[in-house]
Design a protein around this ligand. Structure first.
Ligand code: GDP
Length: 535
């Protein structure tokens, strides 16, 4: 292909790609929404297939399940589908027991996110945490308020909750007409259109098609909705005009504003509109910062960054799949790329691409796509693959764990195996190891507690080491850093028993409570207490 033809194709392929993740608290409706999106994209043909995977994931966390899960999560980590000429990559953000650092790190590989909020519960803890991660890169976020078929909070309360708890402006794109049993549908604020709700499988006699009205004052509104509901809607829209923010694409793209849609995922209501608005407004693959410069996806030189490592089903071979986000240029099967960390060339002949249900060999991939590269441990989280010009991409961090366990070795003669097992398994990035500056106890930290069961089971099965992982009195850990060497040394002296180093030797500090952490931040303004560390 000529350079010119390649440049033109690259531009076309980049423009039609959307790579995103869904952020939500468990049970808000992420799985249901994912399934509806995939059905629209024709990537799955039967409702229930994603649910079945989720059910398997929810089974008890014994060793067999963990093994099975690893297989399941490889195939459901990236769901690719096409819709209306767009190539969509939906990256899974594991959320229940499998909530882990991966969940956070996936968000560093997307260009935008969809946030699902349960209308009954409003903003919940996990949503807040995930939102904080999106903030690190000002990721644009669209919001879907779900379960309008249930009696939840009023739309005004919900918007207020999002604005207050997440510090983001809300721009309603639709407005619900009633809720719960009285839910009639939504008013499309930008197109003056009423979309009628029809519970799937219900015996609704309402017209299914949307009707266009001449604005909110159109007298036919009363005929469609009944006088009372029409009057209520008018009052609400009037209030909204005084208080709400109009949609502003620039503010959405800079992460300052979130467009909000109302609907019911399980009834497939409001999902298509959400998808279409998403494809139209969400960003195509964006430039990514490398150490030396910013890299545009339109550059012809291939580059990509590893954001996730998953050990494969076969522990005997210690093979792993590295998930690489293509950042620029075209990927071809069999191409050579430079592994930046080691300076060696890698032959990429057996990379795979993920489909909703399956995975297959990949012939070609473009910026925004995720490819899986099987390897035996050469690739690590944060690694860059590039062309002739050495590049090192930034922005794939480690996140401060939120749960901690002390490692107790049952057989003291196995210290060497333990060391080897821990260092190999922590490289996968789901769990972190901290060594105390004084004292002997090794500390494991994870974002989600299931990871402790996984690591104990894998240490036993793959390294023949039995450990007990005991709860301990640590509530938080922060990486510490300061330009003021004296202050830093004083801190280290005063809190010697709280000082630890991570697997790469970076200093960190543990805290017995959130309160102590807050106090330290207040008392030591010269020191930075970091929740994320660049890999
Ligand atoms: P996830 O944990 O966020 O993936 O949530 P799921 O998609 O599994 O949904 C959690 C529960 O909420 C399930 O029982 C769904 O059937 C239910 N659900 C999802 N969407 C809706 C909705 O629009 N209305 C109602 N009433 N229930 C819903």
């Amino acid at each position: 292909m000529s350079d010119k033809a390649l440049a033109a194709q690259l531009k076309r392929e980049v423009e039609r790609r959307r790579t995103f993740g869904i952020i939500s608290h468990p049970d808000a409706g992420k799985t249901t929404l994912t399934e509806k999106l995939l059905l629209f994209g024709g990537a799955i043909h039967m409702a229930g297939s994603i649910k079945a995977k989720k059910a398997a994931r929810h089974a008890t966390s014994d060793w067999m399940t963990i093994e099975k899960e690893r297989g399941i999560s490889v195939t459901s980590s990236v769901m690719k589908f096409e819709y209306d000429g767009y190539e969509v990559n939906l990256l899974d953000t594991p959320g229940h027991q499998d909530f882990s650092e991966d969940t956070y790190r996936v968000l560093t590989a997307v260009d935008s996110a969809l946030m699902v909020i349960d209308s009954v519960k409003g903003v919940e803890t996990q949503t807040k945490k995930l939102m904080d991660v999106c903030r690190m890169r000002d990721t644009p976020i669209m919001t879907f308020i779900n379960k309008l078929d249930r009696d939840g909070r009023t739309p005004f309360e919900l918007l207020d909750d999002i604005e207050q708890s997440l510090s983001i402006e809300c721009a309603p794109m639709t407005w619900p007409i009633g809720m719960g049993k009285l839910f009639q549908g939504v008013f499309d604020l930008r197109n003056n259109l009423i979309r009628f709700f029809d519970a799937q499988g219900g015996k609704s006699t309402r017209p299914k098609e949307a009707v266009v009205v001449k604005g909110i004052d159109d007298p036919t509104l009363d005929e469609h909705l009944g006088a009372q509901a029409a009057a209520e809607l008018r009052t609400e829209i009037e209030l909204l005009e005084g208080a709400g923010y109009p949609f502003d694409e620039k503010r959405y793209l800079s992460g300052e504003q979130t467009p909000v849609f109302f609907g019911s995922a399980v009834n497939n209501f409001g999902v298509r509109e959400l998808l279409e608005a998403f494809l139209r407004h969400a960003p195509a693959p964006m430039p990514r910062k490398a150490e030396t410069r910013e890299v545009s996806p339109l550059e012809e030189q291939f580059s990509g960054v590893v954001f996730k490592i998953q050990a494969n089903m076969d522990p005997a071979h210690r093979d792993r799949i590295a998930f690489l986000r293509v950042c620029s240029g075209r990927f071809n099967r069999g191409m050579k790329a430079r592994h930046q960390r080691t300076g060696k060339d890698m032959l990429l002949h057996n990379a795979i691409i993920f489909m909703a249900q399956d995975r297959a060999g990949v012939e070609e991939a473009w910026p925004g796509d995720i490819i899986g590269i099987p390897n035996h441990g050469a690739l690590r989280i944060g690694d860059t693959l590039c062309g002739k010009e050495p590049l090192r991409f930034l922005g794939i961090p480690h996140f401060a764990p939120e749960n901690f366990r002390r490692v107790v070795l049952k057989n003291p003669f196995k210290a060497k195996q333990l060391d080897k097992g821990l260092s190999q398994l922590t490289e996968e990035g789901a769990i972190q190891l901290f060594r105390p500056a004084s004292g002997r106890d090794l500390v494991l930290g994870a974002v989600g507690v299931l990871q402790f069961d996984v690591i104990a089971a894998r240490l036993a099965a793959e390294y023949d080491v039995d450990v007990l992982l005991e709860p301990m009195g640590i509530a938080a850990v922060r990486w510490i850093d300061s330009d003021d060497k004296d202050a830093f040394a004083r801190l280290e002296r005063e809190y010697a028993s709280s000082m630890v180093t991570d697997a790469d030797g970076h200093p960190a500090m543990t805290f017995a409570s959130e309160w102590r952490l807050e106090k330290a931040v207040e008392d030591w303004p010269q020191v930075r207490f970091l929740t994320a560390r660049e890999v």
